[in-house]
Design a protein around this ligand. Structure first.
Ligand code: 4AD
Ligand code: MG
Length: 466
């Protein structure tokens, strides 16, 4: 007798097991049947597909045992794997022994019925991984994380771990969460009543990072090509379908890359990741395509097979001004593009992903390489259908004086940023990089409509359950 558990995914594809006794373990999706035979659909998360258990309940003991099993219960089942006679599945198990690990009282188990709304499931985020939808999303999320490491590893990049707690708040990418061990009821103060952070854990004010870029640049100035992949935090009070307070970001940084190299890498990477999903997440994508978004698979194929449209911010603004369309936010040269503008360019005008470059310097970060015109910087945003901005990046200003001047103009304290400026002081080099929002990628790949549904435990304003 085989004592090891067989994953349902294997049981469903491995012909070799037919006729043999196997053990499967998992959570009951449905149970139905008669006085003589029960059919249990069992899922263990290894695949979206359930395996059917056929249980003979003609004898009283078996009948009693099965009467305790309901949707959500966890069981182990031993039995012979056989070719299925019923429709809709290839294999089933003729159960000989069932053990109940845990029942799930149908009166109170929240996932008793099918077809719950995503809003409802968000309120029970601790249980929603047990639904088909979240199983699919979480498996795809895993495969995308793996593919990101594979993509960079195959290209000779090194994974750099940027700190999560940072003593610098100069990136300016967003409002930061403070990190402190000070006693809020007895805050140490300086004579001028400001908080005395010298008494805090690190002896200075610290925050959760908004981006690993500045550290990524330090790595690139030694290892040539690095990337970070970690959680980042922004304390903006933005309650949208595309913003999280805690999200994951991938930030490659490459020495000797200019903005064109940077665009090429971003496009290649996105296409690689989407192709990887198409090849490795077939069943899950087909499920999502069927249940939520009939155009998902076609859209993924389209992005892989078409080149991204590249143009300047100035050209983009011209198109928007001549669009003959009324936007909620008016658009003019110098204003930041809103999601409605980005989506117009992508979805209505070009009908494909767009890379916009050379933005006005006043709406972009201090570190971006300044163009000759004195007005624009070598920024690059990749815009995707249904998402808007999926990547933000730039060529970096490598010239010490230009960088220092821009920092002074933007009132960024040079002394505190000495470590960053040192890269430009010692052996500076042209370099570029970008940040891919991991959840925005997952939104695109899954076709889900709300970013809260593509991360296991979303953190948004007024929401940090468990
Ligand atoms: O455009 P952002 O702010 O760029 C940076 O942070 C740079 N330091 C990146 C770099 O050049 N290394 O953010 C990068 C990406 C955005 O394009 C978006 O996909 C995602 O991060 N992002 C968010 N995703 C979810 N929730 C939020 N609040 C996000 N803010 C940014
Ligand atoms: Mg951005």
């Amino acid at each position: 007798m085989q004592s090891k558990r067989t994953k349902i995914k294997e049981a469903l594809i491995n012909q070799e097991n037919v006729g043999k006794e196997i053990i499967v373990k998992g959570w009951v999706r449905t149970i139905r049947g008669s006085k003589f035979v029960n059919f249990i659909a069992l899922n263990d998360g290894s695949t979206i597909d359930n395996i059917q258990l056929v249980v003979d309940v003609a004898n009283e003991k078996a009948f009693e045992l099965c009467s305790k099993i309901s949707t959500g219960a966890c069981i182990s089942c031993t039995g012979i794997l056989v070719q299925s006679q019923g429709k809709g599945q290839s294999f089933e198990i003729q159960a000989s022994e069932i053990e109940i690990y845990g029942t799930a009282d149908p009166e109170i188990y929240p996932l008793q019925k099918k077809g719950h709304t995503l809003e409802f499931l968000r309120e029970i985020a601790h249980l929603r991984p047990r639904t088909n939808t979240f199983g699919a999303v979480l498996r795809i999320r895993h495969h995308m994380a793996f593919a990101i490491h594979k993509f960079f590893n195959d290209k000779g990049f090194f994974y750099l771990h940027a700190p999560i707690i940072t003593g610098s708040d100069a990136e300016g990418a967003g409002e930061m969460f403070k990190v402190t061990t000070l006693d809020f009821n007895n805050v140490p103060r300086n004579e001028d009543k400001t908080v005395n952070f010298k008494e805090d854990f690190f002896g200075k004010a610290t925050n959760l990072t908004v981006s690993g870029q500045l550290e990524s640049e330090l790595g690139a100035m030694a290892l040539s090509q690095v990337y970070t992949f970690g959680p980042t935090f922004r304390a903006e009070n933005s309650n949208t379908t595309r913003h999280l307070a805690e999200f994951w970001m991938i930030e490659p940084e490459i020495a000797f890359f200019d903005i064109d190299d940077n665009m090429d890498l971003a496009e290649e990477m996105l296409k690689y990741l989407i192709s990887y999903a198409i090849e490795n997440c077939k069943e899950d994508l087909e499920f999502l395509n069927k249940m939520y978004d009939n155009e998902l698979l076609a859209r993924l194929d389209f992005v892989v097979n078409n080149s991204f449209q590249r143009l300047t911010y100035t050209e983009g603004v011209e198109i928007l001004k001549n669009a003959g369309q009324k936007f909620e936010y008016p658009v003019d040269w110098g204003t930041d593009l809103q999601s409605e503008h980005e989506r117009y360019l992508v979805e209505k005008h070009f009908k494909k992903p767009v890379i916009l470059i050379n933005y006005p310097k006043q709406i972009k970060a201090f570190y971006m390489k300044q163009n000759e015109d004195g007005k624009t910087v070598r920024a690059m945003d990749v815009l995707f259908p249904g998402i808007g901005e999926i990547i933000g990046g730039s060529q970096r200003e490598e010239d010490y004086d230009k960088l220092a001047n821009r920092m002074k103009e933007m009132h960024i304290p040079l002394e505190e940023m000495y470590w960053y400026l040192d890269t430009r002081k010692f052996g500076t080099a042209p370099h570029s990089g970008f940040g891919l929002g991991f959840e925005r990628l997952i939104l695109f790949v899954t076709g889900m409509g709300n970013i809260r549904d593509v991360i296991p435990f979303p953190r948004t304003p007024m929401n940090a359950e468990f």
